[in-house]
Design a protein. Structure first.
Length: 134
């Protein structure tokens, strides 16, 4: 959620762009593609390049979802690892604070982007707790 506004993280963009470029390089060298293929089957190229190319598009850096948050009418549980190389905790806080629907967050310590793989039990417990709180 780059762009202008509360989620304006222009100073952090080079870090995220570098992480996404690094992922592209790892994918092109074959190692990352092979690992992702276990989860994406025949769609691995479509899934990866759809994500990677979009985020590396220069105009995408101005993309911002803040104007859409008010139209989300379902409860939101925003989950992120505190070491996520593709997002910040400021983004999580901005989503939760601006959402008009019931919202909460789970920040998993010592975790990068794959929260579901690093801390599946903690994630499932948080989802269940959030669901029961509704």
């Amino acid at each position: 959620m780059f762009g202008k506004g509360v989620l304006d993280l222009q100073q952090d963009e080079p870090v995220y762009v570098a992480s996404i470029e690094k992922a592209r390089d790892a994918y092109e060298s074959g190692g990352l593609r092979k690992r992702l293929a276990r989860y994406q089957d025949d769609n691995v190229d479509c899934a990866f390049w759809g994500w990677n190319k979009a985020w590396l598009e220069p105009d995408f850096l101005d993309f911002n979802i803040e104007s859409y948050l008010a139209s989300i009418r379902v409860p939101l549980l925003v989950v992120q690892g505190d070491l996520d190389e593709y997002g910040t905790l400021e983004q999580v806080d901005a989503i939760v604070s601006q959402a008009v629907s019931r919202s909460g967050s789970l920040v998993i310590p010592n975790c990068c982007h794959s929260t579901h793989r690093v801390a599946p039990e903690q994630l499932i417990a948080a989802i269940k707790e959030f669901k029961h709180s509704l």
